[in-house]
Design a binder for this molecule. Sequence first.
Ligand code: CA
Length: 228
Amino acid sequence: MRTVLVVEDEPRIASLVREYLENAGFAVLVASDGRAGLVLARTRHPDAVVLDLGLPSMDGLDVVRELRRDSAVPVVILTARGDETDRVSGLELGADDYVVKPFSPRELVARVRAVLRRTEAAARPTDRLVAGDLEVDLARHRAAVAGRPVALTPTEFALLAALAREPGRVFTRGQLLDAVHGFSLETYERAIDGHVKNLRRKIEPDPGAPRYVLTVHGVGYALAEPAG
Ligand code: CA
């Protein structure tokens, strides 16, 4: 049975989240502040962490930072509506996804399942990534959409490969810049927008209404998760 650690100071929300996760077949640990959460994370090694960013005594972003010093456990953060800065900071610090409060517990459970799925998929070594009808051949540096090869620049290829490694994961511009770093000397996060635009022109049937590389407003980009 997989274990999820829930770090949330509001008892009502913590018990609601616990109930839904338990009904979904997870074992649940609850901590009501950041320090207790870190202790549980280090001693009980949960498979995933649901972390509220608005915590007493220790800020949720500091908890993410501390966690990431020695752990790759998937983290889903809970953020207040409209707090895009926190959302972006959380992802930059290494959180894997976020849910905006007030949230549907069902959606949270789905996000936890999705990060677990992505973590497991990313851990499997592969030289060919497939997301729906999009194929990225890492060994041969080739990409294809619906069987049709597309010619990409090294930067576009690195960008697409990073996105396709974890379909559905939201990447900030900073994270994508890191992913293409080996191929790019650009230092401005906004440069990513230009590469995304070029990539879309090559792979999207209608670049004005993308179905592969999606914009996540206020945060960055994600590759669409294939249906099913
Ligand atoms: Ca809170």
